[in-house]
Design a protein around this ligand. Structure first.
Ligand code: 5RP
Length: 231
């Protein structure tokens, strides 16, 4: 079974958590696209939901599918966000941001009562860290921020290269919020909570891709069917 069809299965299984009248957060990435498409079909068939997308890309797709949209300014509390992840562990700590949408994803997750993660089972790891940790950084003084990030990483017991994410044309990727992404190739993260705290106190760091204590459910598609992790 292809990775794509596993992602689709996980995304469609998440519809079980959606009920009429819900306020939903819509994630970003290829797995979230399958969820938004499946939700769009339900909406076309009469499901009543209102949604906050976590990126310009997800906003465009949801709008095209005529999914009713709102913002966190109009609707500050959501029932549920359904989103993908780059990595997750059994405690449902996540690495996100491979699609550069981690800031809006984390804001929406924090505004949601529940977070359901959808992924193929290759994303389940122990420990986190083979996937480079994305950190969103203000362009002003970025080199100084990166120095502080190295110290924060060392203090949390990890180490590795920190690289500015570039576009294929060699220019820095700019996020929906107007910031850079630095990818931290740490190999393994022995203390995700400490690393998250250390990065959070650096002034030039807007946010990082460690999502700790935000997700309650993971729906993982395996070649043998759906596996759920529920906290
Ligand atoms: C975007 C994300 C995505 O959820 C993550 O990159 C997973 O993407 P995909 O579903 O394409 O594997 O965090 O910022």
């Amino acid at each position: 079974m292809s990775e794509k069809s596993l992602k689709q299965q996980a995304a469609e299984a998440a519809l079980e958590y959606v009920t009429d009248g819900m306020k939903l957060g819509l994630g970003t990435g290829s797995t979230a696209v399958f969820f938004i498409q499946a939700l769009g079909e339900k909406v076309a068939n009469g499901l009543n939901v209102i949604c906050v997308p976590t990126s310009i890309a997800s906003h465009k797709l949801a709008k095209k599918l005529k999914i009713p949209l709102t913002t966190l300014d109009e609707t500050s509390k959501l029932d549920l966000v359904v989103d993908g992840a780059d990595e997750l562990d059994l405690e449902l700590n996540l690495i996100k941001g491979g699609g550069a949408a981690l800031l809006r994803e984390k804001i929406v997750a924090a505004a949601s009562d529940h977070m359901v993660v959808i992924a193929d089972d290759s994303k389940l790891v122990d420990p986190l860290g083979a996937f480079p940790l994305p950190v969103e950084v203000i362009p002003f003084g970025a080199a100084a921020t990166v120095e502080l990030m190295h110290a924060a990483i060392k203090n949390a017991g990890s180490k590795g290269a920190v690289a500015l994410r570039l576009l294929p044309n060699g220019k820095p990727l700019i996020t929906d919020g107007g910031h850079y992404i630095y990818d931290c190739a740490l190999g393994s993260i022995s203390n995700p909570k400490q690393l998250a705290l250390n990065l959070n106190v650096i002034p030039g760091v807007v946010e990082h891709g460690l999502f700790i204590g935000l997700a309650q459910v993971a729906i993982l598609a395996t070649k043998d069917g759906i596996r759920k992790i529920e906290l």
